[in-house]
Design a protein around this ligand. Structure first.
Ligand SMILES: Nc1nc2c(c(=O)[nH]1)N[C@H]1C(S)=C(S)[C@@H](COP(=O)(O)O)O[C@H]1N2
Ligand SMILES: [Mo]
Length: 425
């Protein structure tokens, strides 16, 4: 746990210089390059400017040049392995834009009590950008895959294969590899080379990254070097590469109680993260799609608020991975009573929505909280359980404390204390 990473400090300082809307988050092991949104106000806007968007990765940013970059497609179809130049991908294949709410699977880790180690995110590891790029579908088709046949029915299906994406930050010791169901990759994933209308910044994956709309950040592999279609997700020894292959898919980013060692699996059913948590079929759930969550962006609680004509508009964002947000409620008394908030703004599958609630407060101190519900009727729990409760905490309506601190979506830890000033009227 004490192994630190050289170059981490310089990388963080360079990013903080370029991104004044972010601030550093404590990484207990000094390993990750991590910055998060500096202010709650980031969550009062639909589009997160690059300068406020969080960053998270573990190895140094690899050097890359868009003109010389290629993507390896070994055995993606029936044909021979090929190497596609990025310049050809950009010029010859269609360009699309997707709205995606990138949330680190460890967002909310710092709200686990006791602490779980690693990066102590509060709620700052989330943001929404418009990513421009090439559909994965078009790239795999160019690589020889019969995409019409592979897409099958809508959504994950029987006989679904897995797409493994590998980052150029892989080392001799360890490959950065993540697998997603092929059906998801073909449905809406892109190889992004632009972010909010600008060239992709180095820290976000320049020259090209995978974007998996509505899924936890770790699935969106930065500095993408290779795509492989296999029958199973990546397991130890499944790639012809040096070092370990499966750490990022099989050992880390799994939701498990203290002391458990997750078993490596080739496939899972169900795929949905929350369904995995609630089913007995998957012992230590994988962090795939983001679970339902919301954050208030304004008022921030950073200073007292004077109501305008007696009212204060509470504004925030709500998301549910690649599921739809059905509604958001706002509480002004720490979760005792709730009021419906109105959803508005852009509606992209995989991106958050804005909400507003018009509040007529009394002077004094209040605790504001928000609670979102997804299209399947699943709502945010109030709190995170205790380690002894294990994953069973979910049955008593709490989010389960888990050793990696993943996928937390409790609403009370994100509540805001706000002082309403007497408007003198
Ligand atoms: N190649 C590579 N891709 C990666 C990572 C990494 O360390 N290496 N970190 C992942 C994690 S944990 C997250 S949360 C997202 C963060 O994306 P961002 O830095 O663009 O916000 O990138 C993911 N993609
Ligand atoms: Mo992450």
């Amino acid at each position: 746990m004490s192994e630190t990473r050289t170059g981490r400090r310089e990388e963080i300082d360079t990013i903080l210089d370029r991104k004044p809307g972010t601030s550093e988050t404590r990484d207990e092991a000094d390993r990750y390059t991590v910055v998060g949104a500096a202010s709650r106000e980031t969550f009062a806007d639909w589009l997160t400017p690059i300068e406020e968007h969080f960053v998270c990765h573990r190895n140094p940013i690899p050097e890359g040049d868009a003109d010389a970059w290629t993507i390896d497609l070994p055995g993606s179809g029936d044909g021979d392995p090929i190497e596609l130049p990025l310049s050809e991908i950009i010029e010859d294949l269609p360009t699309v834009a997707v709205g995606h709410t990138m949330e680190c699977a460890g967002n909310g880790r710092g709200q686990h009590d006791p602490e779980t180690g690693s990066v102590q995110w509060g709620c700052e590891a989330v943001g929404t950008a418009v990513w421009t790029g090439t559909p994965v579908r078009s790239v795999l088709r160019a690589g020889g895959l019969d995409t019409d046949e592979a897409a099958g029915s809508d959504g994950p299906h029987e006989g679904d294969r897995w797409l493994t994406a590998i980052g150029a930050d892989s080392t001799e010791e360890e490959t950065f590899a993540r697998s997603i169901p092929l059906s998801k990759a073909l449905a809406d994933c892109v190889l992004a080379h632009g972010m909010n209308g600008e060239a992709l910044p180095a820290e976000h994956g320049y020259p090209v990254r995978l974007v998996v709309p509505g899924w936890y950040g770790v699935n969106s592999v930065k500095w993408l070097a290779e795509l492989r279609v296999l029958g199973e997700m990546v397991t130890e020894g499944s790639l012809d590469r040096p070092g370990t292959h499966a750490r990022w898919q099989q050992d880390d980013y799994r939701i498990h109680p203290e002391g458990a060692t997750p078993e490596h699996r080739g496939t899972v059913e169900p795929i949905d993260t929350r369904d995995q948590l609630e089913s007995s079929a998957v012992e230590h759930p994988y962090t795939f799609d983001e679970t339902v969550m919301s954050l208030i962006g304004r008022p921030t609680g950073e200073e007292p608020v004077t109501p305008r004509e007696g009212g204060v508009t509470v504004c925030g964002v709500a998301w549910a991975g690649d599921d739809r947000v059905a509604g958001v409620e706002v509480s002004t008394d720490g979760g005792e009573t709730w009021h419906d908030g109105g959803l508005f703004g852009p509606e992209y599958a995989g991106a958050w929505r804005l909400f507003e609630y018009d509040w007529e407060p009394e002077p004094g101190t209040h605790t504001l909280a928000s609670r979102a519900t997804d299209e399947h009727g699943r709502s945010q729990p109030a709190t995170i359980g205790a380690p002894e409760e294990g994953l069973d905490a979910i049955e008593s309506g709490k989010f389960p404390w888990n050793e990696g601190g993943y996928a937390a979506n409790a609403f009370l830890p994100n509540a805001i204390e706000i002082e309403i000033a007497d408007d003198g009227g």
